[in-house]
Design a protein around this ligand. Structure first.
Ligand code: NAD
Length: 532
């Protein structure tokens, strides 16, 4: 087998051969209408070396992919749920047994650490496991009783929507594409997946595993391309769109979905605050905050970018957190083993954005307590864990999502002021509160404007709990994933009403005032009996 070789700091793991990469990229629907787009050159983030060419789909290819998924969906939806779930039982096991290859592919396109790639790969099994246990209950018809007791009944049924478009970002490319597709498929839909070009390989491998698990041919399609090129056709040819990405793109997706009158779920960006109250236990806060800020090199939608610390703990927190940040920075590296604890950013373009936020803040008077520099010695897109203070409203980092390993620490005296500042953002994805007094933290949590609130944790407590719906509020999203909602959103609710006896027609010959009188008696009786 031909191996991919290149000069640079690292070499690809030997199992990532050219044959393997070509097999994966051949799964992209492209070139069906003859007008071939130029392929996209995929690179290994650690070195910048080219690892293969990714075919690019045209709008016509997207329509063809959706038609294929639609054709396969009819049969898939007719399978009993237990048979569909059996595919996911196998998929769960396949992911666990293929973790190392999945991690290779995630790392190649994203530059994240091995540890984070493995953690990311464990998300779809958690989601699948949840729905293996609960899909039957969630999807089963619910008899609700009709308007009139005994003589009428009413039942809620859930039918798959048809074809679901799943659009995934580069930051958790395997987790998002697989964890959002799994419930759509379990509900009986076909899926057209659009990964980010940079990180398509791991998604393609996930689709290969789905096929190996027994998913019917054609049911999941993959299209690749620049978002504005393929997006409109994707949404035009789908019945629902599940989008994860930036707020700016989410707005465009929402507009397109609105034009076609299809539903959408939008999981968008954040500018997530953490509040450390005066009674918090710094021994717990500091190590957890290192992960909450720097996990995935800060490229996690729920990661913390603003920390508000009570004045009693502020100086000690800063001292310990800066030391921990430097310690983490010393463990940065580009490698396909478990050694490095801090990885690269996804690209040199993204590095420029992150560095730009820090330079802007510094130029306008902020202080860089540690970090603030790229690390070209490690790889082209490495950037140090960075702590800022003195960030003010006119600096980009104060309000915009930096999406990198950069955090600002603010001191507060008054709890009300901390809440006001934490909420002073257009985003509402995640917020965190730390206190030894859980009742106090829960009271404060009630006042935070975020779709996910983590007490004594940064974001893992809420994100890993798959039974509870999770999503953003304000400009951080529309809809939720996980929980019952995360499955039901991929279905149409069909209401079937049954009238066992046409009692109203029996009154048809009555004068209307008499009919009205009997209607009023019925309505009062129904209220007394708590019917309706
Ligand atoms: P992005 O919006 O640039 O791209 C996301 C995906 O949308 C990519 O596949 C991209 O190609 C595609 N796309 C872009 N324009 C499109 C269009 N017009 N039509 C259809 N598809 C289009 O976001 P990104 O930079 O890849 O990801 C980072 C962002 O994602 C951050 O803002 C982060 O907070 C957010 N995110 C949110 C969550 C969440 O669950 N809330 C999870 C992960 C990432």
């Amino acid at each position: 087998m031909e191996t991919i070789t290149h000069s640079g700091a690292t070499t690809l793991p030997p199992r990532i051969t050219k044959t393997f990469v070509d097999r994966l990229t051949a799964m992209v629907t492209a070139g069906t209408a003859g007008d071939k787009r130029d392929p996209y050159e995929m690179i290994e983030v650690y070195t910048g070396a080219v690892v293969g060419e990714l075919p690019q789909s045209s709008p016509e290819d997207v329509a063809a992919a959706a038609a294929k998924a639609r054709a396969a969906q009819r049969e898939w939806a007719s399978w009993p749920l237990a048979r569909r779930l059996a595919v996911f039982e196998r998929m769960h096991e396949l992911i666990l047994s293929e973790l190392e290859t999945i991690a290779d592919l995630i790392q190649i396109g994203s530059g994240k650490t091995r540890r984070m790639s493995i953690e990311e790969s464990c998300d779809p099994p958690m989601v699948i496991s949840h729905y293996l246990k609960h899909a039957k209950r969630i999807l089963k018809p619910v008899k609700r009783g009709g308007a009139m007791p005994i003589i009428a009944s009413s039942t809620e049924h859930h039918r798959p929507k048809g074809v679901v478009a799943v659009i995934a970002p580069w930051n958790f490319p395997f987790a998002v594409s697989m964890s959002d597709s799994a419930p759509a498929l379990i509900a009986g839909n076909g899926v057209v997946l659009k990964p980010d070009n940079k990180t398509a390989l791991c998604t393609l491998y996930g689709v290969e595993l789905l096929r190996r698990a027994g998913l019917p041919d054609g049911l999941v399609q993959v299209v690749c391309g620049a978002g504005p090129d393929v997006g409109p056709s994707l949404i035009e040819n789908s019945d629902y769109v599940m989008f994860t990405g930036s707020t700016a793109t989410g707005r465009t997706i929402g507009e397109l979905a609105g034009r076609h009158l299809i539903g959408c779920s939008l999981e968008l960006g954040g500018k997530n605050p953490m509040i450390v109250l005066d009674d918090a236990d710094l021994d717990e806060v500091v190590p957890s905050t290192v992960f909450s800020v720097y996990g995935n090199s800060g490229q996690a939608c729920m990661h913390i970018e603003r920390i508000y610390v009570h004045e009693r703990l502020h100086d000690e927190f800063v001292r310990r957190f800066v030391a921990a940040s430097e310690d983490l920075g010393a463990k940065a590296g580009a490698s396909y083993d478990y050694e490095p604890e801090f990885g690269s950013l996804v690209s040199t373009d993204h590095l420029a954005r992150v560095a730009g936020h820090v330079e802007d803040a510094e130029a306008k008077g902020a202080t860089v307590l540690t970090g603030g520099k790229a690390r070209p010695d490690l790889g082209p897109a490495f950037y140090e864990p960075t702590v800022l203070t003195g960030v003010t409203a006119e600096m980009a980092h104060a309000t915009e999502e930096t999406f990198g390993p950069v955090v600002t620490i603010y001191k507060f005296t008054d709890e009300q002021e901390a809440i006001r500042q934490a909420n002073a953002t257009t985003y509402g994805l995640n917020a965190s509160v730390w206190s030894r007094n859980l009742a106090r933290a829960e009271r404060l949590a009630q006042r935070l404007e975020a779709g996910n609130i983590n007490i004594n944790d940064g974001f893992v407590a809420s994100f890993s709990a798959k039974a509870t719906p999770s999503g953003g509020i304000k400009q951080s999203g529309v809809g939720t994933r996980h929980g019952d909602d995360g499955l039901l959103k991929y279905t149409d609710t069909i209401h079937v009403g049954v009238q066992k006896k046409q009692v109203l027609s029996a009154r048809a010959n009555m004068p209307y005032p008499k009919q009205l009188k009997s209607t009023l008696i019925s309505l009062r009786l129904m209220r007394k009996l708590r019917i309706r």
